[in-house]
Design a protein around this ligand. Structure first.
Ligand code: CA
Length: 528
């Protein structure tokens, strides 16, 4: 498939010091292409076919010299690379990870940005002050054993009860693989346990905690949700623990009695949720989790810079923006620690990334285990290049807080937050839900149909070709930036306005098609 480009050859360089640029054209550019005036590499003739998103050498790069993109060395040339060559992953040696000692700590104070006022959305205000963007009954499960029963109960609740409570958007079971067969007293077991607890308290669930337990599991309801850790919304006293249906209860005779009990227990929760109404709340109540998945070389050129611009707008509006994905920020650790608002925040970043380094070492890998075949096919040579494009999602604000995996944001923890999570899409999304996310923004270059039942997900395509083919899965086409049709600022503002609309109830494509990925709890502790 030696495609002749429909558009004139176009290359994109991220920084004037870079010695490579990426090819923007759909289908790439064939060997022998003359790069025209006005683009990086003007006058060069391509020595190889260069696929879309892949790098072309803008000058001769001697063996051992740094290949620079984003003004950082993304690798070192394993052989002499003549100008006009395709700079693919096999020509590059991965740089060493920056050590976590002697980092610049809170040295680069971001200029105080002008507050952005006057923006609002229609949300569900909760008793604790937090705001939901959806009105969902979520049934917490303490253990995987009950998943099949809960799935059937949810189907019955949807069919029999949901039509009676039209202000409730959905009923979902919080299914997961944890709860038993695990070393529950291992130190790291606190992570999956607090994750599950904090997801149950996500603002989109209105404080209505309802639990289905098996009975004999290690993760007992009172261990998951100790009295005092959840809102009391009905007549049950705090001492009684969460509203729990236990399947092994002697009162249950036969499968139908379990289903009947769960369906009946859902009624008062649905009635209270149904009484809620959307009200005008300031944009500062948004808690946005950003992440990327199925990344390509355009992620860091189009979608992630637009998300980063939007992140700055959100921070100026007083909202909360979480960015995550430990292995995809590890190579940018200096950028993060220097951008920390205080030395204590910088130390927390070092603590989290150091913990994750050791977690990976236990499995005898490092951050380089992150990249996928799709990333590489999309032009990302290695984790260093991927990270430089990934961290752009965080914009330019000072980092004001750091969350450990599974922790929940405090009401006063606003601004730009580093929520330390693995980069795995499902685990990152699950941990951001636990942190209190009420809106999710997901950028993708290769394409993923990712979605969550718990929270709306806005998906941003990095390339027009993907947005065209996946026209009913992608909510935003940031590829227009590479096409020269929109600026990063234009796309950032468009995304900001779309977020307010989606937070107010407008459905995303993933919601339209009911695309729901599983919750995946991060469990670094042993199973038994
Ligand atoms: Ca991810």
């Amino acid at each position: 498939m030696s495609a002749s480009p429909a558009r004139p050859p176009l290359t994109l360089r991220m920084h004037a010091q870079d010695n490579v640029a990426i090819v923007a054209n759909d289908g790439g550019l064939p060997e022998g292409t003359h790069l025209p005036d006005g683009i990086p590499g003007a006058g060069l003739v391509l020595r190889d076919k260069v696929p879309q998103g892949h790098k072309v050498a803008l000058q001769d790069i001697p063996a051992g010299a740094a290949v620079r993109r984003y003004d950082v060395p993304i690798g070192f040339a394993l052989q002499h690379i003549p100008a006009g060559s395709w700079v693919h992953e096999r020509l590059l040696a991965l740089p060493e990870a920056r050590g976590l000692e002697g980092l610049p700590m809170a040295t680069r104070q971001a200029a105080a940005a002008e507050p952005l006022s006057g923006y609002s959305f229609q949300g569900y205000r909760n008793a604790d002050g937090s705001v939901g963007t959806r009105n969902i009954l979520a049934i917490t499960t303490t253990v995987q054993c009950v998943a099949g029963v809960v799935a059937q109960a949810v189907a019955r609740i949807k069919a029999e009860l949901l039509p009676l409570y039209p202000n409730v958007d959905d009923v979902i079971g919080l299914e997961h693989s944890y709860g038993c067969g695990v070393a529950i007293d291992a130190p790291d077991a606190v992570i999956p346990i607090r994750t599950l607890k904090n997801i149950s308290l996500n603002p989109n669930f209105g404080g209505e905690v309802m639990v289905v337990s098996l009975g004999c599991e290690k993760l007992q309801p009172n261990r998951l949700l100790p009295p005092g850790s959840f809102p009391i919304v009905d007549e049950r006293s705090a001492d009684a623990g969460p509203d729990t249906i236990c399947l092994q209860d002697e009162a249950h005779v036969g499968f139908m009695s379990m289903l009947d009990d769960i369906v009946a227990s859902a009624r008062p929760h649905l009635a209270r949720l149904n009484a809620r109404r959307r009200e005008t709340v300031p944009a500062s109540e948004l808690v946005v989790g950003v992440q990327c998945g199925g990344s390509d070389a355009f992620s860091g050129v189009t979608a992630n810079p637009a998300v980063g611009f939007c992140a700055d707008l959100l921070v100026r509006a007083g909202a909360t923006v979480m960015f995550s994905e430990n292995t995809e920020v590890r190579d940018a650790v200096e950028q993060l620690t220097s951008r920390a608002a205080t030395p204590a925040v910088a130390e927390a970043i070092v603590r989290e990334l150091g913990w994750y380094d050791r977690y990976l070492e236990r499995g005898r890998v490092d951050r380089a285990a992150n990249t996928t075949p799709g990333n590489k096919a999309g032009g990302l040579a290695n984790i260093t290049e991927k990270a430089m494009g990934s961290v752009v999602k965080s914009g330019s604000a000072a980092i004001s807080h750091v969350l450990s995996p599974g922790d929940k944001l405090g009401r006063d923890q606003r601004g730009l937050v580093y929520a330390a999570t693995p980069a795995s899409d499902f685990i990152c999304g699950t941990l951001q839900l636990a942190a209190g996310m009420n809106l999710h923004v997901f950028t993708t270059g290769r394409g993923t149909p990712y979605g969550l039942a718990e929270c709306p997900v806005i998906k941003v395509a990095t390339r027009t070709d993907l947005a065209r083919r996946w026209h009913d899965l992608m909510d935003v086409n940031a590829g227009r930036i590479a096409d020269g049709e929109a600026s990063i600022e234009d796309m950032g503002w468009a995304l900001f306005h779309l977020m307010l609309d989606v937070a107010s109830g407008r459905k995303t494509w993933a919601e339209h098609w009911k695309l729901h990925n599983a919750l995946v709890l991060f469990n670094p502790a042993p199973v038994t």
